[in-house]
Write a protein that binds this ligand. Structure first.
Ligand SMILES: [Zn+2]
Length: 71
C-alpha cells in the first residue's frame, strides 16, 4: 500500500471523499456544499471542472475525464 493510497483510504473512512474520490465534505471546515468552477468543455460535453468549498473557498477536488483528483 503506497502513501497516496493510505491517504485516500483515511479520507474515505472519515467521510471526506467517496470511493471514487469525489469530495463529500470540505477537508478544511467540514462543509458539505461545493461550487463548481473552471469548467472546461469539449464537443463531448464537460470534461473538466474544479470543486471549491462554498464556505471557505478552499480547493476540494478536480474532476477530469471521469476521474477525481483531490490534491
Ligand atoms: Zn470549507
Amino acid at each position: 500500500m503506497d502513501r497516496m493510497h493510505e491517504y485516500h483510504n483515511k479520507l474515505e473512512d472519515e467521510g471526506y471523499i467517496a470511493e471514487d474520490g469525489e469530495p463529500l465534505k470540505c477537508q478544511h471546515c467540514n462543509n458539505k456544499s461545493f461550487v463548481e468552477k473552471d469548467s472546461y468543455f469539449e464537443c463531448v460535453g464537460r470534461v473538466e471542472y474544479t470543486l471549491v468549498c462554498d464556505k471557505c473557498n478552499e480547493f476540494a477536488g478536480h474532476w477530469a475525464y471521469g476521474y477525481w483528483q483531490i490534491n
